[in-house]
Design a binder for this molecule. Structure first.
Ligand code: SAH
Length: 235
């Protein structure tokens, strides 16, 4: 079709398609340069990171930055984690289709969507009501119907839905909350940032193996505070 003959509506549609293609390219580049290049290798994790539309989990003004190599603010003093950190934690969890996965700290809902793309049944808990409501609306609109959300103190877990095959904690507290360990299934894995000072934690991989609990330190990370009964006190 000749460009000069295009109707305004068609031109608008062309532009929208162009923007979509750009965002897809940015996402591809993000996976290649930030995630694969840093050693994330599981194909299903890379596929989920390629598929999940991160730009739809940030406010409109931040869309141009959605695929950049850093966290972004989501309001209420909270952040959506850096893409690499999401991919790394997801890889460490070794999620298989059908796994029951508990996430603490829904935030934007992005990490929950990535877990759902892996075929998991996702249970995610957020303590800040507007974030919970926004994430619920977003995940509904995008038809992530295998994600269930709850507004609560996630340091208590989600006892009614336990045990979980996997647990991912997206905020950093002073210790590993005992209820989360108790709600981890027999061959369960949990990733959780733990640190004695705020915004400065070690990422821990917690495994259950024949009744034993094994904790491995994986290096320094920087998450927002895990606030609750088994976390930091609200300030
Ligand atoms: N996974 C999120 C990252 C959110 S940042 C994403 O993909 O966007 C961490 C979130 O943890 C914040 O929204 C914060 O409000 C929440 N949080 C902190 N302590 C919590 C608790 N005890 N229970 C539930 N959510 C908590």
């Amino acid at each position: 079709m000749a460009r000069g003959r295009m109707l305004p509506r068609e031109r608008k549609l062309m532009n929208a398609t162009g923007v979509k293609t750009d965002l897809r390219r940015s996402r591809e580049r993000m996976v290649r340069e930030q995630i694969e290049a840093r050693g994330v290798t599981r194909p299903e994790v890379l596929r989920a990171m390629r598929k999940t539309p991160r730009h739809l989990f940030v406010e409109e003004a931040l869309i141009p930055q959605a695929y950049e190599d850093h966290p972004l603010p989501i309001g209420h003093g909270q952040t959506i984690s850096q893409p690499y950190v999401v991919a790394w934690m997801t890889e460490l969890l070794e999620v298989a289709p059908g796994h029951k996965v508990l996430e603490i700290g829904t935030g934007s809902g992005y990490q929950a969507a990535v877990l759902a793309e892996l075929g998991a049944e996702v249970y995610t808990v957020e303590r800040i009501k507007p974030l919970y409501e926004q994430a619920r609306a977003r995940l509904d609109a995008l038809r992530y119907d295998r994600v269930q959300l709850k507004l609560d103190d996630g340091t208590l877990g989600w006892p009614e839905k336990a045990p979980f095959d996997r647990i991912l904690v997206a905020a950093g507290g002073p210790k590993i909350p005992a209820p989360l360990v108790a709600q981890l299934g027999p061959a369960g894995r949990m990733v959780i940032p733990v640190g004695t000072s705020r915004r400065n934690q070690t990422l821990c991989l917690v495994r259950r193996d024949n009744g034993r609990v094994i904790v491995r330190d994986l290096g320094g990370v920087m998450f927002v505070d895990l606030v609750g009964t088994h976390g930091w006190q609200a300030s």
